[in-house]
Design a protein around this ligand. Structure first.
Ligand SMILES: [Zn+2]
Length: 357
């Protein structure tokens, strides 16, 4: 089995490294950049595995059985180093890079990397979340980057290139990674057992922007509850915007620690509404349902009830515009309750069936 099995996309980057290895032209420092949740760190780990393997063969592979692969898989390879931002922290602490204040320079990544390889021909360090290094941390790290120990290799991983110090950026070979395809995200969600149904996998993948991280956030039970509450109301045709806003705001408040989080959740809610109407639109315009990625059944049956309206397509278009306006209001710092109440009230009023007299 290939060491790359289970890793989606990024074929170009693999080929680039394969050629660099076969020509003996590997750099000592790389900076991997791309959106969150697309497998950059996983790629870096697989690459490290291949480069440390003693029986790698011609291709960029790892045998999985040699005296290097076994400890690597067991997580205790002496020549493989890894640091990242601790859970719940916003920054990558300098202590991990350069050692604690008492033992600065005598421990930490830079120190460990300067030691001779124990097992094989090189030492490899992955610095995950390299864009969250503090300035002192980055400065301490810079020395290692400027003059890397002879057989050391550095793989920096970051999602925000602008947040990486220019001095660090300029000393690494930049490798850009793209978002995954929607199909890759959908299949990964199913493969990793993260979804209750293939329908959910499709929906989350369609909204994920090619990021497994976003897809997983979308699948959190609280966000699912928001979505279900919203869709149930929207599909009733005749609902009260204000009482819907009230129950949705209760959920949002219960899952948001602060105002910025409240905004993030409100934005998701609006995004859900837009997806609902877009799915309705596709349902109405005789879109092929088999290939309708991320179709929302509730929205499509709701669309079916609109056929007696004069201009159903136009109506849905107006509803989408109103929802997007809500997102703009939140962007402009309108308080979340105010923005959502106004938006849902308008959506309710606009979608109410016209009663024949
Ligand atoms: Zn091996």
């Amino acid at each position: 089995m290939s060491v790359w099995t289970g890793l989606r996309g990024h074929a170009v980057q693999r080929e680039m490294f394969r050629r660099a290895v076969s020509r003996g032209r590997l750099s000592q420092s790389y900076l991997f950049v791309g959106p969150d949740g697309i497998g950059k760190q996983l790629f870096a780990r697989r690459l490290a595995n291949c480069l440390l393997c003693r029986e790698p063969g011609d291709e960029l592979e790892a045998c999985g059985e040699c005296a290097s692969c076994r400890p690597f898989h067991a997580g205790n390879h002496p020549d493989f180093l890894f640091v990242d931002r601790p859970e719940g922290k916003r920054e990558l602490p300098i202590d991990l890079i350069a050692g604690s204040p008492e033992r600065r320079g005598q421990e930490g990544l830079c120190h460990d990397l300067s030691l001779r390889p124990l097992e094989g021909s090189r030492k490899i360090a992955i610095v995950n979340d390299a864009d969250t290094m503090t300035e002192p941390g980055a400065n301490a790290f810079l020395k290692t980057l400027e003059e890397p120990p002879e057989r050391a290799m550095l793989l920096l991983v970051a999602s925000n290139l602008d947040a990486v110090m220019p001095t660090i950026r300029s000393r690494c070979q930049l490798v850009r990674f793209s978002a995954l395809s929607t199909t890759d995200v959908e299949e990964l969600l199913i493969e990793l057992g993260l979804v209750p149904s293939s329908e959910e996998a499709r929906f989350a993948a369609a909204l994920s922007e090619g990021s497994l991280t976003i897809a997983r956030q979308l699948l959190r039970p609280e966000l699912r509850e928001l979505r279900t509450t919203l869709y149930t109301a929207l599909s009733q045709g005749n609902f009260s915007g204000l009482s819907l806003a009230k129950s949705l705001l209760e959920v949002i408040d219960s899952i948001s620690a602060d105002t910025p989080e409240q905004r993030v959740h409100a934005n998701w809610l609006i995004r859900f509404a837009v997806e609902y109407y877009r799915s309705a639109l596709r349902g109405l315009s005789q879109h092929d349902r088999e290939t309708d990625f991320g179709a929302i059944p509730m929205a499509q049956s709701w669309a079916g009830t609109l056929t007696n309206r004069a201009e159903p397509l136009e109506l849905i278009g107006t509803l989408i515009e109103r929802a997007i306006e809500g997102a703009n209001h939140i962007e402009q710092n309108v308080p979340v309750p105010l923005a959502l109440e106004a938006m849902l009230d308008d959506l309710a009023r606009m979608s109410r069936p016209v009663i024949a007299r």
